[in-house]
Design a protein around this ligand. Structure first.
Ligand code: FE2
Ligand code: FE2
Length: 176
C-alpha cells in the first residue's frame, strides 16, 4: 500500500482508539453520576470503537502495511450533565469522526485505490448510524432537562444495550 494511505490509516486507528478512550471516560462520568444505564450504553460504544480500530488494523495488515501505535490523547473527564455528555458524543461523531472518514475516502479516490475506497464504505455507512444514535439521545436528554423521572426512565432503557460485534466486510471483525 502507498505510504500516504498507510499513514492515513495509522492516524485513523489512533482516532478510533481515542474515540474508545473518550467513551470510556464518558462511561466513568455517568457511573459517578448514578446513571448506570447510560454508563452501560457508553461501555458498549467503547467496544464498538475498539472493533472499528481492529477492522482498520486488519485491513492494513492484509494490504502489507505496517501498523504503528502512537500516543492516545487524554480525553475530557468531566461534564455537568448527561445531556452535555451525549451532546459532546454527537459533536465528536459528526464534527470529528465523519470528517476524518470522508477525508480517507477523498484520499482513496485521489490515489485511485478502489479496494481502499470499497473497504471505507462500511465506515461511511456506520457514521450515519453513529450520528443518528448520538443525536437522538442528545435531543431526548435536552427535552428531559432536570426532570428526574424522565432521566431515570431513559437510564433504564439504555441499560438494555448489549454489544454485538459489527460485521466489517473484508475483516474477521464480527465474523466467525
Ligand atoms: Fe468509530
Ligand atoms: Fe463512533
Amino acid at each position: 500500500m502507498k505510504a500516504s494511505i498507510e499513514k492515513a490509516l495509522n492516524e485513523q486507528i489512533n482516532a478510533e482508539l481515542y474515540s474508545a478512550y473518550l467513551y470510556k471516560s464518558m462511561e466513568m462520568y455517568l457511573h459517578s453520576a448514578d446513571l448506570p444505564g447510560m454508563a452501560n450504553w457508553m461501555k458498549v460504544q467503547t467496544q464498538e470503537e475498539l472493533a472499528h480500530a481492529e477492522g482498520l488494523i486488519q485491513f492494513v495488515n492484509l494490504r502489507g502495511g505496517r501498523v504503528k501505535l502512537t500516543a492516545i490523547e487524554m480525553p475530557k473527564n468531566d461534564w455537568k450533565t448527561a445531556a452535555e455528555v451525549f451532546s459532546d458524543a454527537y459533536d465528536h461523531e459528526a464534527k470529528v469522526v465523519t470528517v476524518k472518514i470522508n477525508k480517507l475516502v477523498d484520499l482513496a479516490i485521489k490515489e485511485k485505490d478502489h479496494a481502499f475506497n470499497q473497504f471505507l464504505q462500511w465506515y461511511v455507512a456506520e457514521q450515519v448510524e453513529e450520528e443518528d444514535n448520538t443525536s437522538t439521545l442528545a435531543r431526548k436528554l435536552k427535552k428531559i432537562g432536570d426532570h428526574t423521572p424522565g432521566l431515570m426512565q431513559l437510564d433504564s432503557q439504555l441499560a438494555a444495550r448489549i454489544f454485538t460485534a459489527p460485521v466489517i466486510p473484508g475483516t474477521t471483525v464480527g465474523g466467525p
